[in-house]
Every structure is written in structure tokens, then in C-alpha cells.
Ligand binder design. Sequence first.
Ligand code: SF4
Ligand code: SF4
Length: 189
Amino acid sequence: MAKVLYIDFERCIGCRACMLGCEECSGHDHLSRMFVDELNPGETVATSPTPCMHCVQPACAESCPVQAIQVTEDGAVLSASHEKCIACKNCTYACPFGIPRVDEQRKIMYKCDLCYDRTSKGRPPMCVSVCPTDTIQFLDEAEAKAKLDKQVQFKWDFGGTVIETRTVIGIPDLQTHRYGYNEVTEDVL
Ligand code: SF4
Ligand code: SF4
């Protein structure tokens, strides 16, 4: 069964260990594929890691004119092939989550590839290994999508276009609204 990233916003303490672990991972050329975002600046100090969402139908791969972005059989959306990428940034503009970046010096796109060198051998991604609070977990896809202890989201409505992702997000506590989220639309859950 495929394993996926599960992100629990409420556990993140903003330490950025995931970014540092990603930077230091072999083959990442000291460029983190993981980002840590402030969720509601000015209102809270809440932060959350933002990896690739590993879309079921990835817009990045579909928009690449030279088929530089491979999707593995188990659904990981890989970083651009060095041989093929022409650094046109189509993938950057197409991604609804703003994930692919282009290394301007080396003229190549880079993004989270689910540490496929590790995960294809059954090891967790580096960000999961180094996160001290279990904010990022590596779970069976079905297990992540059926989390019993909190609501999860893996379908995202972009103005009527619904995108399904393999990365699954645990929704913050809706009672306190402390992350600035006031409602979750039933039909995208
Ligand atoms: S930047 Fe590279 S991976 Fe992205 S669309 Fe262009 S050729 Fe494809
Ligand atoms: S989140 Fe963006 S980069 Fe990741 S698979 Fe989806 S479209 Fe591609």
C-alpha cells in the first residue's frame, strides 16, 4: 500500500528542522524542498510545513512541455529530470500550491520528491525523520485519509476545480479558530 505525508498543523512549533533536514539530504544541493509558512501572520505565531502535495493529477507534470516530471507507480511526483528540464517554469506557474522552484544558477526545477531514494526502500522521508513533534508523519494512504482523531483534507477547491492530493492535512481545531480557519466546506472533505 502506498504511503503518504500526513501533516498535522497543530503540532508544528516552527523550528524548521524539516527544512534543514531537507537541505542537508544528499542530492538536494542545499536547497530545501520543504517550506515552513506562517499561517496567519499578525494574528498567531502558528506555522506549518508545506511540502509538495503529490497531486493525483499533478498540474506540474501535465504542464511540462518536455515531460521532465515523472510520477511513480505509487504516486510520488518526482523532481525534474536533469537531462530533460529546460527551466521554462511552466510547472511553477501551473502548481496551485506554489511548490516547484527553479534554481536560476543551474537552470533546473527542483521540488519535493518524497525522498524517493529513501521511501522506495521503505524508509521515511528526511523531514519525517527529523521532525521533533511528529507534525509530519509517513502513513499508509488509507490510514491518513481515515484519521480517526481529527478531520483531514485531501481535496482542495480552487474556484470549482477540485484537486485531490496524496499529501493529507489534519485540520486545526475549529472550535477555537486560533489558526484563522472558521469553517471547512463539507463537500471538499
Ligand atoms: S521548468 Fe523544467 S520541469 Fe518545470 S515545466 Fe519547465 S521543463 Fe518542465
Ligand atoms: S502540489 Fe504542485 S508540484 Fe506537487 S504534484 Fe501538485 S502540482 Fe505538482
